[in-house]
Design a protein around this ligand. Structure first.
Ligand SMILES: *Cc1c(COP(=O)(O)O)cnc(C)c1O
Length: 397
């Protein structure tokens, strides 16, 4: 059981706002404010350079990695925190390709988040060894596994539709085909139970600013399975991944295990926010969270469909095939979302026509779900979206 009234009280949600965009940027944990202030004042301010030792800044990536690892079914000592998700995808992919030197294909799906695909393209160009990025529709990706596939690189939960891959089954299929797996958990970590060890995943990466609520610019995480820890070579061989960073040797020697996947100086202030965010996750039973997420999502779908005949559900109807978001298609979706935001219901829009709603039970309850659907119903029924101001596209949608 989770006391959702209690967890909700741990977040700062502005008055009058129903926040359904935690899949893009989680809200501020109230404790993060004080935690960041304390780090600034007592650590940076007072300890100066001494903070690296005396406040254990240098140990943050491993320590927070372990805490985060508990939420994604990782073995101890297999997760590090730092950099951005794009970079962590690059590192994992580079390491995986090197472990399958005779194979040339990176297999992904057409719904994958562009940065994952872009990073793969960039890596392929840099390697210059004739690798190829192949994307298949999500439902068909398994049929493309073959003797040329080096890595199956998938985002478990599709950022647009919320469609969820079966991580355990696909990992097994990839291994049977001789390929390695790289799972992007951007929309999984903190959204649903993840069992990396149980699934036998090889590599996984994700961000902490979405469902984990660690704030804008919060560091990413990277998981390397224990069986690969000593062989995976970090393509980004930065000094903090070196076996002895403060020996200042001329040549790179990879550190022990996951520590080698560190690159440069960790973002200490963001780590403080992450620490506060992870405190909230202590004791959250992911199965109970999932049950609540499914119940709220089902309710939202039913309420919206009853009121908005012009919106088409693009998320899978079966809860087991969804992550923790619900998406609808509407040709004027951008304007409709702006009209909704103007009325205090914050979701977001993904081109070309998808209205996205993140369902995060730690701070969203049933009454808000119903109220959000009512307001959306009013926007749709009265064409409140049909105003020039709502069609002006901002840089971030
Ligand atoms: C949000 C998201 C990213 C973002 O990558 P950053 O480097 O943190 O900007 C990458 N991949 C997926 C699947 C995402 O959903």
């Amino acid at each position: 059981m989770i006391d959702f009234t209690a967890t909700r009280a741990l977040f700062h949600i502005p008055k009058g706002v129903i926040y359904l965009d935690g899949n893009s940027l989680g809200p501020l944990p109230k404790a993060a404010e004080a935690r960041i202030a304390k780090t600034v004042r007592d650590e940076w301010g007072q300890m100066l350079i001494g903070g690296w030792n005396d406040a254990s800044w240098m140990a943050q990536p491993a320590r927070l990695g372990n805490r985060l690892g508990c939420l994604i079914g990782a073995e101890p000592g297999c997760v590090t925190v730092g950099d951005t998700l794009s970079l962590k995808v690059y590192q994992a992919l580079a390491a995986a390709l090197e472990m399958r030197p005779d194979r040339r294909v990176i297999l992904s799906d057409t719904g994958n988040f562009p940065t994952d695909l872009y990073m793969a393209e960039g890596l392929i160009d840099t390697l210059g060894r004739g690798h190829q990025l192949v994307t298949a529709p999500p439902e068909e990706v398994e049929t493309h596994l073959g003797p040329d596939v080096a890595v199956l690189m998938l985002t478990e939960v599709d950022y647009r539709t919320g469609r969820r891959h079966d991580m355990a089954r696909l990992t097994r299929a990839a291994h049977e085909a001789g390929a390695l797996t790289l799972w992007d958990l951007a929309h999984s970590a903190g959204a649903l139970p993840v069992d990396l060890a149980g699934a036998g995943a090889d590599f996984a990466a994700g961000c902490t600013y979405k469902y984990l609520n660690a704030g804008p610019g919060a560091p990413a995480f990277l998981y390397v399975a224990p069986r690969h820890a000593a062989t995976a070579r970090p393509a980004l061989s930065g000094w903090l991944g070196h076996a002895a960073p403060f020996a200042f040797e001329q040549s790179y020697r990879p550190g022990e295990g996951i520590a080698r996947m560190r690159v440069g100086t960790p973002p200490v202030l963001q780590m403080a926010a992450l620490e506060a965010a992870l405190d909230i996750w202590e004791g959250v039973d992911m199965a109970a969270l999932r049950a609540r997420s499914v119940a709220l999502s089902e309710r939202f779908i039913a309420e919206v469909e009853a009121r908005c005949p012009d919106l088409n559900l693009v998320s899978p109807r079966a809860p087991s095939l969804r992550g923790s978001q619900v998406s609808f298609r509407f040709a004027e979706g951008y304007a409709a979302m702006q009209a909704l935001i103007a009325r205090g219901v914050i979701g977001d829009f993904r081109a070309p026509d998808i209205m996205r709603f993140g369902i995060a039970p730690l701070y969203i309850g049933e009454a808000e779900i119903v109220r959000a659907a009512e307001i959306l119903g009013e926007v749709m029924e009265n064409r409140l979206w049909d105003a020039p101001a709502y069609r002006v596209r901002a840089a971030v949608t």
